[in-house]
Design a protein around this ligand. Structure first.
Ligand code: WTA
Length: 635
């Protein structure tokens, strides 16, 4: 039996027990047998969660791209590493072999070096889902630069905040991107962002849509001519196990986004291990994750996890709806996809359309279906199971976070019996704990509480860029000696976990984490707005949608409310991005507050969800009278 590849339920339990009894030996064996190292570690794990300080494979030396690319060249050099499926179905797909990927990454890495990027420098990547994005990520890793990918749907202001927070000296972007029938002027967004980013010295621009763009003299350069001139081989930088590999921003319930820092060796080992097991990837399989590389799902399960296993991974540039609602299934048929990984929000949207869009395609290649990003409701689960999986593909409902780096709780397909809405069991090496509000661990089954993890795992984020105190406060202070996830969960009578949702002020809209604070800050920028509060309410397709309660300044009260609503959403689009637009905006005279001045979001959430039967005790509020007024005018 190998620890690396779990093949049935009995093995899972054996491996799991071993991983808890002796985590160091467990991970050491996996690290030893499945990766290439330039120097072996001195110590597998060292940690102190009170600080918190965590280090895995300390003393080891490696380069992650040697593991993701070079070592495969001998055994599978002509195997396809990446299939690029363009937005337009009439444009030919691109198959990039491991050999070709090696050359492209090396050339790109040399360009970065020629342009002055050094080990440890931060490089912001703001690219659409084209091969250059994956190549750019790997090129940074090749030379030890820290990549910070920003999802190319974020606004210029959001981009600028992220560039400045980690002081990127270079931005990689493209002249634009395709999304269905639309094109997006990415370079224009970068130009706007850079007006407030003094530290950026250079911008390299990939050509995608052939649009006529402005190039700023001395700062901007076209990427392709540089690649053409660059040398085709690049000696990888030898990194320490704990050197940062990348920064990826995630929303917090308060303040600016948190730049989660992931380190090299632990992240590599864990994403590779979980990819192999959760998708039961076999040598000739073709795997497709529909996420964008701008999110953690794309980092871990489009790029690093699959490539570390020598897999064939698909990158899709477009949207599920173009040219029609059958696009996903057309791609599954076209590339004979074996494992398909997507978000519940996409499934809910697809399930609303006619089944003809599914039935005209041959989906018989599929072996494993996955979901990620939010709870999957029972109806969507059944639609997925019946119509896409034809009732014979296990669905892996994978629970994890940007902070965890890799999948934490998930069935192992063909081993763990699945139940709709349950993420089921922790993967080997993961020790969840459910806590009550007084900080006690809830032992046994049939309990529900706050979800924590009580022992380190290799791919946990090591800090928040530039703010270790915030890292400690956010994740390690609520429950002593434990990592707190911000989610609630229950454990059923058989020990299965079901994630019940966020217990903080993060709202998950269409699978994207949105903190309430940055949206409220944006709204409050509107000259007519005095104060605002955002809550989530259930939405058929998005999972949650946003409901805003807005108090206007006296001067704004006479304004046309429909126009104001448009303007508020416009401001949100500029500051955060279109994803954070509000579905409903209620203008109100007041917001329910505690005596200490805190907005009682619980009440606002209930009103937005039209669930006002039990609002709890409102008499302790500073201003109980506003509650009735808000209810009377609810949308
Ligand atoms: C939620 C995405 C229920 C959860 C990889 C978590 C889920 C947040 C699931 C992290 C799931 C993710 N079931 N909820 N299978 N997967 N979540 O950082 O609230 O974008 O804390 O990482 O998404 O979102 P993030």
């Amino acid at each position: 039996m190998s620890n690396y590849h779990v093949k049935n339920l009995e093995e899972y339990f054996q491996v799991y027990r071993k991983s808890v009894r002796d985590p160091e030996t467990f991970w050491e064996e996996i690290a030893e047998e499945n990766f290439v190292w330039r120097k072996r570690w001195d110590k597998v794990l060292e940690y102190d969660l009170s600080k918190p300080e965590i280090s895995w494979f300390q003393g080891a030396k490696l380069n992650i791209t040697e593991n993701c690319i070079d070592r495969h060249i001998y055994s599978r050099g002509d195997k396809t590493a990446i299939i690029f499926e363009p937005n337009d179905p009439n444009e030919e797909a691109e198959h990039i072999t491991y050999k070709q990927l090696h050359e492209r990454v090396c050339r790109f890495a040399n360009v970065l070096k020629d342009q002055g990027v050094e080990k440890g420098d931060r490089v912001c990547i703001y690219l659409p889902m084209i091969p250059e994005l994956a190549v750019a990520v790997l090129a940074c890793a090749r030379i030890g630069a820290i990549h910070s990918v920003v999802f190319a749907g974020f606004s210029s202001k959001a981009l600028a905040t992220r560039i400045n927070d980690c002081e990127c000296k270079m931005v990689l972007t493209s002249d634009g991107s395709y999304r269905g029938t639309k094109t997006i002027d990415l370079k224009g967004i970068v130009d706007e962002a850079l007006e407030s980013c003094e530290g950026v010295e250079s911008v390299l621009v990939a050509k995608r849509i052939n649009s006529d763009i402005q190039m700023k003299e001395g700062r901007d350069k076209w990427l392709q001519p540089l690649l053409d001139e660059a040398y085709h081989d690049c000696v990888p930088e030898i990194m320490d196990a704990e050197d940062p590999l990348f920064i990826l921003y995630t929303s917090g319930s308060t303040g600016k986004p948190k730049g989660m820092v992931h380190s090299t060796a632990g992240y590599m080992v864990y994403t590779a291990y979980t990819f192999k097991n959760v998708f039961q990837y076999r040598e000739d399989d073709v795997y497709w994750c529909t996420a964008d590389i701008g999110w953690i799902t794309g980092h871990s399960y489009i790029v690093y996890g699959p490539l570390a296993n020598g897999a064939t991974t698909v990158m899709y540039e477009g949207v599920p709806t173009y040219p029609d609602w059958g696009r996903f299934w057309q791609i599954v048929e076209k590339h004979n996809i074996n494992q398909f990984y997507t978000a519940p929000t996409a499934i809910r949207a697809l399930a609303k359309e006619n089944l003809d869009f599914v039935e005209q395609y041959d989906l018989s290649s599929l072996k494993v279906l996955g979901t990620v990003g939010e709870p999957i409701n029972e109806e969507a689960w059944h639609w997925y199971n019946d119509n896409i999986g034809n009732k014979n593909c296990p669905i892996v409902d994978t629970w994890w976070q940007t902070e965890t780096g890799g999948i934490m709780i998930s069935p192992i397909p063909y081993s763990t019996p699945t139940i709709p809405t349950y993420a089921t069991l922790p993967l080997p090496g993961i020790q969840p704990a459910l806590m009550d509000e007084n900080g006690n661990e809830l032992k046994g089954n049939l309990v529900s509480g706050r979800l924590c993890v009580k022992f380190p795992w290799p791919s946990m984020a090591r800090t928040i860029w530039g703010n270790h105190q915030r890292y400690k406060d956010t994740y390690f202070s609520a429950f002593e000696g434990k990592y707190f996830t911000g989610d609630g969960a229950l454990r059923d009578s058989t020990g299965y976990y079901r994630i019940t949702g966020r217990v903080d002020d993060v709202i998950i809209v269409s699978g994207h984490n949105l903190g309430t604070a940055p949206i409220e800050d944006a709204i409050n920028e509107h000259p007519a707005v005095a104060e605002s509060a955002i809550v989530g309410f259930p939405h058929e397709v998005k999972g949650n949608a946003l409901y805003g309660y807005v108090i206007l300044k006296e001067t704004g009260e006479s304004r046309n409310h429909d126009n104001l609503r448009k303007e508020i959403n416009q401001i949100i689009t500029e500051h955060v991005g279109p994803i954070a637009k509000l579905d409903k905006i209620q203008f109100t005279q007041g917001l329910p507050k505690t005596r200490s001045g805190k907005i009682m979001r619980r009440i606002l959430r209930k009103i937005a969800s039209k669930d006002t039967s039990n609002l709890g005790d409102t008499s302790t509020l500073l201003n109980p009278e506003v509650v009735q007024d808000i209810m009377d005018n609810a949308l």
